[in-house]
Design a protein around this ligand. Sequence first.
Ligand SMILES: Nc1ncnc2c1ncn2[C@@H]1O[C@H](COP(=O)(O)OP(=O)(O)OP(=O)(O)O)[C@@H](O)[C@H]1O
Ligand SMILES: [Mg+2]
Length: 589
Amino acid sequence: MYKKIKKKISASYMVQNYKKILPFVRPYWVRAILAMVITIPVGSMDAVIALLLKPYMDVVLVEKSVSATAYIPVLIIVFSLLQSALNYASTYMNTWVGRKIANDVKIKLFNRLMNFEASFFDEKNSGEVQFRFNADVDTACNGLISNVKLFVTRVVSSVALIAVLFYNSWQLALIALAVMICALYPLTTIRRRIKDIMDKTVFSGAKVVMHFNEAYSGNRVITSYNLKEHLNQKFKETLQSVFTLGIKMVQRTGIMSPLMHFIISIGIALVIWYGSYLIASGAITPGSFVSFIAALLMLYTPLKAMGNNFNSVVNSLMAIERVFELMEAEPKIDNKPEAVKLSGEIKTIEYKNVSFGYNSEKMALKNINLKINSGETVALVGNSGGGKTTIGSLLPRFYDVTSGAITINGVDIKDIDLHSLRDHIAVVFQDNFLFSGTIRENIVLDRADASDEELRFVIKSACLEEFVAELKDGLDSQIGERGVLLSGGQKQRIAIARAFLKNAPIVILDEATSALDNRSEAIVQQAINNLMQNRTVIVIAHRLSTVRNADKIVVVKHGKIVEEGPHEELIEKEDGFYKSLYHSSQLKA
Ligand SMILES: Nc1ncnc2c1ncn2[C@@H]1O[C@H](COP(=O)(O)OP(=O)(O)OP(=O)(O)O)[C@@H](O)[C@H]1O
Ligand SMILES: [Mg+2]
């Protein structure tokens, strides 16, 4: 799944990933650098305190002189105060920068998400999308910033404390340093240890979100089929797998801190043993030794924390890796650089020997040839799963043909600017998505400039007039999430009204297969007839009346066009597929 799987956390791996996020840091670079710079004195102040212990010990405890070191307690207070203030400032600044960057990354990713082709959404589940496009960005950016801050503070603090060690005794410092390197080494193997677990954790995390989505969207099916127990069980299983992964993670990383603790204790023991010998022989003063031990003990805290911190850094690096994998994925359906805008009247639409498969295993369409002239209505009929909807989806390029070509006015649609192509086509789907909000918002969409007059015309043409008039809030009535407060026929008419307002010259109309009651049926039919007037129409028909009105009927069976012609002609055909559809009343009257 991931391209570059490295075994170790190398410096180049870190740089590589941080480099990717750099363009996002750039707009805020002054604050970002300031935030980092502030952490330098914060990190080094522990060392100052350790350093002050030497004169304190040597002058006060050994020489019993008080006046010479009176400044020390004052200095400690002043430094601590400064440290606290800077700490606050850096936390504030880091959060600010981190959130800004996270927002920018999310905006760019959201835009990416909407540019992905239909097949991307066919393959990914909604939980995965939510997880990777949202949660991962938080882990990546917040983790990045706050951990880098902590990391910098701790590194600076460690370096300063190490300087104090060397200042007091280079021999002891060398021992301490050697032990420290041994203690830190295991950290470099963390990524290899947790890589596969992290990948699985992300997958399971996405699955948890998916369960919630399904409990929400599928609540009626769940209730009517009594699926509560069944889904509870599935949810438990997913949570169990998250739990198991969490435990595995601890098994693999939990050993790190104790191991470091043990190695460092050995170091401290060695230093005390050798230090006593150095004091006794007069090589160092007792003050140096105390200052050294203080620095060493202080060093223990940032080092140990760096162990835990490093885990988080690795986590956020891996999240960055996943985020940028999405960021760098090229949409499969995109504008060619030399794409032309579609302009003028639509004269012909032609499917030339078009074959298409959703996947490589099975072709959904085979050698489709179809010509539609300006103003014509072509009705597609056939068996369920035959490929009618698929034929319609290829024209606005929800998917690209596998072979052959579709042309408009003789130009391959792959050479037409995507935005202008889709501007010329209004699609009414079999199952239309409605946004939560009002009826008005769902019809107007982004056409905020639509006039009241235009809107009135659209409402009338889509046969919504009577329905809207009965509502207390009229056009401004809420329709609920996905339009749950509306009936099937009302939802369809809102979708038709949208298409009316778009006023595109080409209409693709996928009639709903779900049965409506007779009255709704008649109203929806009227709205559809209105929409088809004076436009070039591909209608995927399930109603006899729609078919009868068409200029040409195209019969699709198992991905192929098997018959073509007007109703009267097809109905006469011996052993004709259309004839059998007609007589078996698969076309609703
Ligand atoms: N997104 C998809 N991914 C993979 N296969 C798909 C997808 N959509 C449809 N198919 C398959 O492609 C074939 C054609 O489906 P299509 O939706 O075009 O049929 P249809 O003629 O519109 O049927 P209906 O009358 O039931 O709406 C079917 O076998 C279907 O299973
Ligand atoms: Mg269909």
